[in-house]
Design a protein around this ligand. Structure first.
Ligand code: HEC
Ligand code: HEC
Length: 249
């Protein structure tokens, strides 16, 4: 992964400093001639304003953690927000003029951060709902063609680098919003969109149960994504295939 250096990408850097500065008032220091430290951490200050220090998540349960997620997954999400497959007005605006390579640099930066996870919040739902969620996540439901989540998200649910994110350390509201988004067509991934198919087979009660159980589980020490699938993923996913194609010769 190439490192972004201002002499090689002067216009991209100026654009980013201007965009980030516009959000957080640093533009005035640039105009006044005070040089900002030219580090990627400085350039992504607008991101961490919403996503928490170093991208560790905001305490509100809505602005997700981005630190330590697999690089290609983060990169694809930035492309999705920029190009309208995921929707968030402020993020789309921020990313609108950034090219694919620069977004890969930002993704790589956050992917390499190793930040401890907080303990999960105690569940606020019934034992029956939690048991239903656990069953769906671990075993799936063969009668409805719902594969076990671990088949793609890793045996410890910490994701499989570089394309599949972990499912632990995410707040219940965020999980509900993502699975609901796929079900309602508001979130899309690269085609074939396996998560859209899986979400379409989950009822709203299933989604509530899955999100409640996942968000109540602690992240295993380190929380690092696995590097290989233990078996071939049970469905085709464009997000996985597009990365595999890119890295193979
Ligand atoms: C105004 C607040 C805001 C700003 C600024 C912002 N984000 Fe976000 N971001 C969000 C919210 C809210 C979501 C969750 C949206 C959803 O539910 O789909 C999100 C989602 C994401 C995701 C998807 C996470 C996942 O696990 O799928 C990534 C990656 C991300 N943001 C990266 C960035 C980066 C990089 C920047 C800076 C260039 C940035 N964001 C700036 C609010 C913000
Ligand atoms: C066939 C493989 C596969 C299976 C099985 C699978 N997933 Fe996924 N999942 C993916 C991929 C690939 C992504 C990344 C999609 C993208 O690029 O946006 C993903 C993303 C997600 C996300 C988004 C995480 C975030 O940070 O925004 C959630 C939530 C999720 N999956 C939940 C589930 C649950 C719950 C199950 C089990 C019921 C499941 N997945 C089963 C492949 C799979």
């Amino acid at each position: 992964m190439r490192r972004l250096r201002s002499p090689r990408f002067p216009s991209a850097c100026i654009a980013v400093i201007a965009i980030l500065g516009a959000c957080f008032g640093t533009v005035s220091s640039v105009r006044a001639g005070h040089a900002l430290p030219d580090t990627i951490a400085q350039r992504v200050a607008a991101c961490t304003g919403c996503h928490g220090r170093e991208g560790r998540a905001a305490p509100d349960g809505f602005h997700p953690r981005i630190a330590g997620k697999p690089a290609a997954y983060l990169h694809q999400q930035l492309l999705h927000f920029r190009d309208g497959r995921r929707r968030h007005v402020a993020m789309a605006h921020l990313l609108a003029h950034l090219d694919d390579g620069y977004l890969a640099e930002i993704a790589e930066h956050f992917a390499t951060l190793e930040i401890p996870y907080p303990a999960p919040r105690p569940p606020t739902t019934t034992a029956t709902t939690l048991a239903r969620g656990r069953g769906l996540v671990i075993d799936g439901d063969a009668t409805r063609e719902i594969p076990p989540c671990a088949a793609c998200h890793g045996e410890r649910f910490t994701g499989v680098a570089p394309a599949v994110p972990g499912l632990l350390g995410l707040p219940r509201d965020y999980l509900n919003a993502q699975l609901g988004g796929w079900k309602n067509g508001l979130r899309k991934a690269t085609s074939p969109d396996c998560m859209a198919t899986i979400a379409s087979r989950l009822s709203p009660q299933d989604i509530e149960a899955v999100s409640a159980w996942l968000s109540s589980q602690p992240v295993p020490a380190g929380g690092k994504a696995a590097t290989t699938f233990s078996a071939k993923p049970p469905m085709a996913c464009g997000s996985i295939a597009s990365v595999t194609h890119r890295v193979s010769p």
